[in-house]
Design a protein around this ligand. Structure first.
Ligand SMILES: [Fe+2]
Ligand SMILES: [Fe+2]
Length: 261
């Protein structure tokens, strides 16, 4: 099974040339599924969500999407009264989606909040209910690969110190370990990397994607991750935008250890 992981599309602050190159790349690469890990728009306007909808509709495969902090309106009344109204109307009603397909069981959670007890509301949070939902999902999941999708990253690449607060991230890391989640997909930093965390014999891969098409690039060009999974093997290709197309710059392979008993 092939899954494309894209993030931080930022429709409204996107580069139309990169947008078209990404669309062409996905149509040609034919992943079974596209996962979009938040910041779909720049300012959460109707026009931006409509442009995102058109893009997703042009993709011939299913799209699994979760919101990011930019998918909340800015400082207007809507942010407080109906924060995800436009997101829900244009994209999908469910903010914490779930999907079981082939060798994967995927749970998404919304970490964007209209208000946080912090000066920077671009940070994220995970609620106790979301942690219970994750546990409930994976207690009964039978697929070999357990994937969690969230916008805000929980791990940091060594060369890019994490300047992000995710409230209750320590508790979430415990849930991830308890539920033996294999892959955590995130975005927000506009920086692609893979970090691993080993809990006894179980390994969790924390995979972050760069921005897929926005002009808001930081240290890295636009990019995407392509995951290829069998029941026991995983290959992650990290692609970068260069000269009009997406090209491979790093690949990682991982074999799932067989669990005895
Ligand atoms: Fe972003
Ligand atoms: Fe973000």
């Amino acid at each position: 099974m092939k899954i494309a992981h894209i993030s931080d599309l930022h429709f409204g602050a996107h580069d139309p040339v990169v947008r078209d190159a990404l669309l062409a790349h996905l149509i040609e690469a034919k992943p079974h599924l596209v996962i979009a890990s938040g910041d779909i728009t720049q300012s959460a306007t109707d026009a931006e969500f409509a442009a995102a909808r058109v893009f997703f509709d042009e993709l011939p495969m299913e799209v699994f999407v979760i919101p990011g902090n930019h998918d909340l309106p800015g400082m207007d009344l809507t942010r407080f009264v109906n924060p995800f109204g436009r997101y829900r109307r244009h994209l999908i009603d469910e903010l914490d989606p779930e999907l079981a397909a082939g060798p994967v069981h995927i749970k998404g959670i919304n970490t964007a909040r209209r208000i946080l007890p912090h000066w920077n509301w671009a940070n994220g949070a995970v609620s106790a209910k979301q942690r219970r939902d994750i546990a409930k999902t994976f207690e009964v999941a039978t697929a070999p690969w357990r994937i969690l999708v969230l916008h805000h990253p929980l791990m940091s690449p060594k060369e890019f110190p994490l300047d992000i607060t995710v409230f209750n991230s320590r508790e979430l890391l415990q849930t991830i370990a308890d539920q033996r989640i294999d892959i955590v997909l995130a975005g927000h930093q506009h920086h692609a990397y893979i970090e691993t965390r080993q809990e006894t014999e179980h390994k969790t891969l924390f995979v972050s994607a760069s921005t897929a098409m926005s002009t808001r690039i930081r240290r890295q060009p636009q990019g995407l991750n392509m995951l290829e999974l069998t029941d026991t093997t995983l290959r992650i290709d990290q692609l970068r935008y260069a000269d009009g197309r997406f090209v491979l710059f790093e690949a990682l392979t991982h074999v799932k250890p067989t669990v005895s008993g």
